[in-house]
Write a protein that binds this ligand. Structure first.
Ligand code: DQA
Length: 155
């Protein structure tokens, strides 16, 4: 299978466009563009292609998930604060057949109590949180491993 046939959609939710300036003591000083570059390099190592989409609007994120149906093999999603509230994102992800990895730079479980619930986690294959920039590499490794497991299950 060529990388063209194995596209991963990386989704970044609200306020992640401000990375680098926003609460650097929590989220670090690297920009979103830098994290996307890390994810692109990791994807290339696994012969995966990667497309990135960022929006501050819940509906646009939902449309992006819908568009990934039948075109992407996996979604890596850092939904920002929508992680904790958006049943609409939960439902959109539930309608996506591929691998789903929930990603966070910080460890929400170690922060304010409103961050302790993820409404996305129940429809994700797994969650990577608390590793900062490294999470973008780990997420692609997790995608590749999940795709391998699915391929084994299908054969
Ligand atoms: C975040 C954690 C969320 O709780 C927060 O609202 C964010 C970023 C993270 O990457 O650590 O916007 O998803």
């Amino acid at each position: 299978m060529t990388s063209h046939e194995r596209e991963v959609l990386l989704i970044s939710g609200p306020n992640l466009d401000l990375l680098g300036e926003r609460e650097p003591e929590i989220y670090g000083t690297e920009t979103l563009a830098s994290h996307v570059a890390t994810a692109l390099a990791a994807a290339a190592r696994y012969d995966l292609s990667l497309r990135h989409f960022q929006s501050n609007h819940e509906g646009d994120l939902i449309e992006a998930i819908h568009a990934a149906r039948g075109t992407a093999v996996a979604i890596v999603i850092n939904a920002g604060a929508l992680t904790h509230t958006s049943w609409a994102l939960h439902d959109a992800l539930a309608a996506f057949d591929g691998v789903i990895i929930e990603l966070h730079l910080s460890n929400p479980a170690a922060r304010e109590s409103f961050r302790h619930t993820s409404v996305i986690a129940p429809v994700a294959d797994g969650v990577i949180a608390g590793f900062g920039a490294l999470g973008y590499e780990l997420a692609l490794t997790a995608v590749e491993r999940c795709l391998e497991e699915r391929a084994k299950g299908a054969s």
